[in-house]
Write a protein that binds this ligand. Sequence first.
Ligand code: ZN
Length: 201
Amino acid sequence: MLLPEPIQRLINALERLPGIGPKSASRLAFYFLRAPDEISQELSEALSGLKSKTAFCQECFNITLAGRTLCEICSDPRRDAGIICVVEEALDVLALERVGAYTGRFHVLHGVLSPIEGIGPDDIRLQPLLERVSRGGVQEVILATNPSMEGDATALYLRQQLRPMGVQITRLARGLPVGGDLEYADQSTLLRALSGRQEMG
Ligand SMILES: [Zn+2]
């Protein structure tokens, strides 16, 4: 059976989302069809404002509100600018902030090095981090990329680039599930990984 074009279009769009298969996509599309107008209106407004109302922090590339140069963390004078925690995604910032024990700043790479997928140093926000550290005032860089093959490779690459700059380089302690995502780790595991971070030899 051929579906009317507007429904098929929504199903196709939903199917492209992570974690949504063809069945869930159809179920959602028909849900919107039946649900009160407010539900789909709110979703479509939230979606259209998502990109236009947000921006990247010019310092750490965390997500911030459009029109702002710095995110909340970078503009907070109580946050120690001498420690930079390097993470893969903005969601990792959230996960570490939830632990509540970290008082330094962040740097969001927006990805990891992955030769298989053709992602090299110029494809992620790596250069701005090196520039940030070379400006001085940084004592420690915590490499908090995920404990996966790509995360480890990215940490090793960064260590190599950062070493001549004379900063202390640490890696989150093991205890995080290998291959796991920071974002899904529970708070006590993250706290242990952070407080037990080790110098990268
Ligand atoms: Zn920032």
